[in-house]
Design a protein around this ligand. Structure first.
Ligand SMILES: Nc1ncnc2c1ncn2[C@@H]1O[C@H](COP(=O)(O)OP(=O)(O)OP(=O)(O)O)[C@@H](O)[C@H]1O
Ligand SMILES: [Mg+2]
Length: 280
């Protein structure tokens, strides 16, 4: 399929079902959130799940770039047509990647981010989750209001770090914050580039973070950077690479654990972050 054909919006029939929301977050930028979001989504679809990505970085989202999707329909256009959004009409705004992953893109320009209200995001997430087995959100860096609205609603929170001390220090703070807020049981730590050359080894990182079962993703700068620059997730073209193998393993783990994690999830009547941020 050509990238032009990829531009076609979805003419999909979304079924009513409750899927899982996966928030991919990190305390530091440039750590691999987008790389892992797109590759995890494709790995899950290869396991015959229906999968959508929500590019949650409304200012500088680059999921489209990472998947070579060109579409003029973004979450901004969804919000503008909000009155009539349901699972059927939302499908028209989703770009379809050749793998079958459906993508709701971030606005084309950073100044449009403010048009996307929390209320609209809540409705959009509900509709997307109702129509797919998995919705993977590439969240903006850190714990700003936008990231938090996804994190607190997620069935699984993937906290991505690497072996650099600054990342580990901030990841530890992020994990502690999730703990304080009662969200830690849904969080899974991903140590990206786990075998990169570093004075800190992956096992030391796990100890520093006090996490028992982190998911390790192999380091492969050439394949990852080529993949993101060409817009082809490496699990497609380099399925046998160490990076792809670790993503497939992660998809297996996540899909086998998601039932248990959701079952453990306690429904809260109000946002634990409410005291930090006033909702729009
Ligand atoms: N497992 C990996 N091995 C080697 N390089 C990687 C790996 N994962 C990501 N990278 C590289 O790290 C860089 C940043 O990745 P990416 O854009 O996915 O990070 P990000 O957290 O989404 O960044 P941003 O904060 O800018 O959104 C890219 O050049 C990517 O190729
Ligand atoms: Mg990114």
């Amino acid at each position: 399929m050509t990238s032009h054909e990829n531009m076609q919006t979805a003419e999909v029939n979304l079924h009513q079902k409750r899927g899982k929301l996966i928030a991919v977050c990190s305390a530091k930028g440039g750590i691999g959130r987008t790389t892992l979001t797109v590759n995890l989504a494709v790995a899950l679809i290869k396991k015959n799940f229906s999968v959508a990505i929500l590019d949650g970085d409304f200012q500088f989202g680059d999921v489209n770039l990472a998947m070579d999707l060109k579409t003029s329909l973004t979450i901004k256009e969804v919000v503008e047509g909000m009155g009539s959004i349901d699972e059927h009409s939302l499908a028209n705004y989703l770009a379809v990647h050749e793998s079958g992953v459906r993508v709701l893109s971030a606005p084309e320009r950073p100044e449009f981010a403010d048009l996307v209200t929390n209320e609209a995001v809540t409705k959009i997430v509900d509709v997307m989750v109702a129509g797919h087995d998995y919705v993977v959100v590439d969240t903006p860096v850190g714990l700003n209001e936008q990231a938090i609205q996804f994190i607190e609603r997620a069935d699984q929170i993937l906290v991505v770090t690497n072996l650099e001390m600054a990342s580990l220090k901030n990841t530890k703070l992020l994990l502690e914050t999730l703990d304080i807020l009662g969200l830690r049981s849904r969080a899974r730590t991903i140590i990206n580039r786990a075998n990169m050359e570093s004075v800190i080894k992956a096992t030391d990182a796990a100890k520093i973070l006090a996490v028992e079962n982190p998911i390790y993703i192999a380091n492969d700068f050439q394949i990852c950077s080529q993949s993101i620059n060409l817009g082809v997730p490496f699990v497609i073209k380099h399925g046998k690479s160490e990076a792809a193998k670790s993503v497939f393993k992660m998809a297996e783990l996540i899909s086998s654990e998601s039932g248990a994690i959701t079952a453990k999830k306690t429904k809260k009547s109000h946002s634990p972050f409410g005291k930090w941020f006033s909702k729009k």
